[in-house]
Write a protein that binds this ligand. Structure first.
Ligand code: HEC
Length: 159
């Protein structure tokens, strides 16, 4: 009976430890929820490596893909491939959307709403004729392919 007082801390310590374990479990559960990626709604800057924006403009396609990867050969300058001039955003749009291919008849360069039927997209993924673009260079990264595909599938707006 004299020892009862000394035995008391045993169960108490166990209860305290259990409570602490529960608190830690709750805290870690909250932590894992907070670290999950937030849903992507609307526009996301491409620079942060996130999924492509839900709605792609031609300005993005031109500035982020065509301008940097294609103008080495597609500016209409003699000695380059003069068949497709994309030297400005306006020229690139006018020469591709609903325009027939000069080399790969009867293909159309951009068929609004149908990337898989658009030669501009096929030339950077699986060309039905001629070389994969950009010619003599590594294939475009997936993010660039996704930008072109989304823009065409969304109706190829001139914005
Ligand atoms: C190193 C030069 C070079 C670069 C860079 C280049 N092209 Fe080309 N492109 C050509 C040549 C040459 C042809 C014609 C031969 C062929 O179709 O393979 C061509 C043809 C094309 C055609 C077919 C035109 C038609 O009317 O049939 C498309 C579409 C095209 N390129 C898109 C692109 C895109 C998009 C890029 C950038 C991602 C690009 N090219 C980069 C040289 C280039």
């Amino acid at each position: 009976m004299i020892d009862d007082g000394r035995m008391a801390p045993g169960p108490l310590a166990t209860a305290t430890g259990l409570a602490l374990t529960v608190v830690l479990a709750i805290l870690s559960a909250c932590g894992s929820q907070a670290s999950e990626p937030l849903p992507v709604n609307g526009r996301t800057p491409a620079a942060d490596g996130a999924a492509p924006p839900a709605r792609v403009t031609f300005t993005e396609v031109y500035d982020q893909v065509l301008n940097s990867s294609c103008l080495g050969c597609h500016t209409g300058i003699i000695g380059q491939f003069t068949g497709l001039d994309m030297s400005t955003k306006a020229t690139a749009y006018a020469n591709t959307v609903n325009k027939s291919s000069s080399r790969c008849a009867p293909e159309t360069l951009v068929v609004p709403g149908h990337a898989e039927s658009s030669l501009l997209y096929l030339k950077v993924t699986s060309p039905p004729c001629g070389s994969l673009m950009p010619q003599n260079a590594p294939a475009l990264p997936q993010l660039s392919l996704d930008l072109i595909k989304s823009w065409i599938d969304e109706g190829a707006p001139n914005d």
